[in-house]
Design a protein around this ligand. Structure first.
Ligand SMILES: [Zn+2]
Length: 244
């Protein structure tokens, strides 16, 4: 079966906020697109809901938090992202619900982005590749928070914190979705994306199954490239609120 062709993702926007559950979530593909966008002069900010503190079996969470936050900041810098914030959610135990929606609405109001990026929140990444609970909770909440952020009467306490409504989100992009609709040509920036994944050194060396960042990202990007008509690409499922 021929894979579905992808549409070219529109790039007439200036500011993006990426909201993901864990350090390294952006680096499994989307970071190559971020490198392209920051290279065009766009601003991209990262918000991490957790610090990935439960992600290294051989390291206590208190220590892992420090290590993984530092690796995430270094990794973001590789693709031109200077602002990285951590919301302090509990790694592995995130729940979809009002507290998460409120906290993500606040982040969207603080940063006032045109585009919000998150990770795949479908049940799987494809046949046999189950998604993880935090990813599903965060992605769902991001989609709702992008709308909540614009409503003055939802989470009214945010007004008391000086966070005025923000109605400017044109679309939410979910990276790595099995229902991807759009693609971004990363032929020129894949190398940056690979370098940004390699910055998660402590995490990658703690994995029980070793993975080669270069081979992993290249093979996915090549497959996605055939769907977009270029050498390397990354894909996104687009949820558009406005024309963009
Ligand atoms: Zn993750």
């Amino acid at each position: 079966m021929e894979p579905e062709p992808l549409q070219v993702l529109p790039e007439e926007w200036d500011r993006a906020l990426a909201i993901v559950a864990h350090p390294d979530d952006m680096e499994y593909g989307a970071a190559s697109a971020v490198a392209r966008w920051t290279g065009q002069g766009k601003t991209v900010v990262y918000t991490l809901v957790t610090s990935g503190e439960a992600g290294i079996d051989g390291m206590e969470p208190e220590r892992a938090r420090q290590v993984r936050e530092a690796e995430q900041v270094a990794s973001a810098a590789v693709v031109g992202v200077d602002v990285v914030e951590f919301l302090g959610g509990a790694d592995g135990m995130l729940e979809y619900g009002l507290p998460l929606r409120r906290s993500l609405s606040a982040a969207i109001r603080r940063h006032r982005p045109d585009i919000v990026i998150t990770g795949n929140f479908r049940e799987s990444f494809g046949p046999g590749a189950l998604n993880q609970a935090d990813h599903i909770a965060v992605g769902r909440a991001v989609l709702d928070a992008a709308r909540d952020a614009g409503n003055r009467w939802v989470f009214r306490e945010l007004l008391d914190e000086g966070l005025e409504p923000w109605n400017g989100v044109k679309a939410v992009l979910a990276a790595g979705s099995p229902q991807a609709t759009h693609g971004v040509d990363v032929t020129d920036t894949l190398a940056k994306g690979i370098e940004s994944l390699k910055a998660h050194d402590a995490y990658l060396s703690g994995l029980s199954q070793q993975m080669d960042p270069e081979e992993f990202l290249e093979s996915f990007a090549r497959m996605t490239g055939t769907r977009l008509g270029c050498t390397f690409a990354v894909s996104f499922e687009v949820f558009a609120f406005q024309q963009f």
